[in-house]
Design a binder for this molecule. Sequence first.
Ligand code: PGA
Length: 253
Amino acid sequence: MEKIIVANLKMNLISHEERTRYLKMLRKALTGKDFSGRELVFCPPFVHLEYFSKELKGNKNLKLGAQNVFWEKEGAYTGEISPLQLKDLGVEYAIVGHSERRYILGERDSAINKKVLALLKNNLRPILCIGETSEEKELNQTAQVITRQLELGLKGIRPGFLENLVIAYEPVWSVGTDVIPLSNEVMSAKLIIRKVLTGKWGRKYTEKVRIIYGGSVSGQTIEELCVKPQMDGVLVGRQSLYPAQFIKIAEKC
Ligand code: PGA
C-alpha cells in the first residue's frame, strides 16, 4: 500500500506573492527527490488549486487535494464548490470532516456523509477526519466517538468504492497544539478503525483503506505518530507551510 502524506495548508498563503514563494520553495525542496511508493497530496485553499495543479503536473507521486467539497454537482448553492469543479482542476483527494469544520463551522456527520458519498460517486478520494475532543478523551470515550463518526460518516457506501477511502485519525486536542498522543494510543485508534471497517464490509473490501494520523506532526514527532504505530501516512497542518519540513516528514514516513 502506498503511504500518503497530506499537506493541509488551511486558510494560508494569503497573497499572490506568498503562493509564488511557496511554490518556488517546494520546487527547490523536491529537487532530486524520489517519492516512488508514496503519495504526497497538497491541499491548498480553493483559490490556489489551479496554480498548484500546474506545478504538480507530470509527477505521478504528487497529488492535488481540496480542503472541502459540496455534495451537489451544480446549481444554486452560493459559496459552495462541487466535486465536478474539483475534478476539472485535476483534484484527486478532498479532506472531509476536519475538526475545524466540525467545531468552528458546525459541520454535522450527516453533511459529512453526503460529502463522502458525492466524492466517491465522482471517483474522487475522501480523506475523512475523525477523532475525539479532550473532554471525550478524559471520559474515556475515544473508541465510542470514532466508532460513531465512522458509522455516520460512511453510511451507505458501496463496498466497491472503499479502496478510494482514506481515514485520518486526528485527536482534536492534538490539532494545532503540539500535544501528541503516545504511539500505542495511535495504534489502538487504528485498530478500532480497522475493526469497524472489517465489521461492516469484511476484510476483502477494506484492506486497501489507508488509515493515517493527523495532529502536530513534525520531523520530530513523525517517528512516534506514524512509524512506530505503523500508520499508512500522515496529515500535516502547520509544518506543511514549510516545504522543506514537509518533504523531510514525507521522507521519514
Ligand atoms: P497541525 O494540524 O499539524 O498543525 O496540528 C493538523 C491538521 O489540522 O490536520
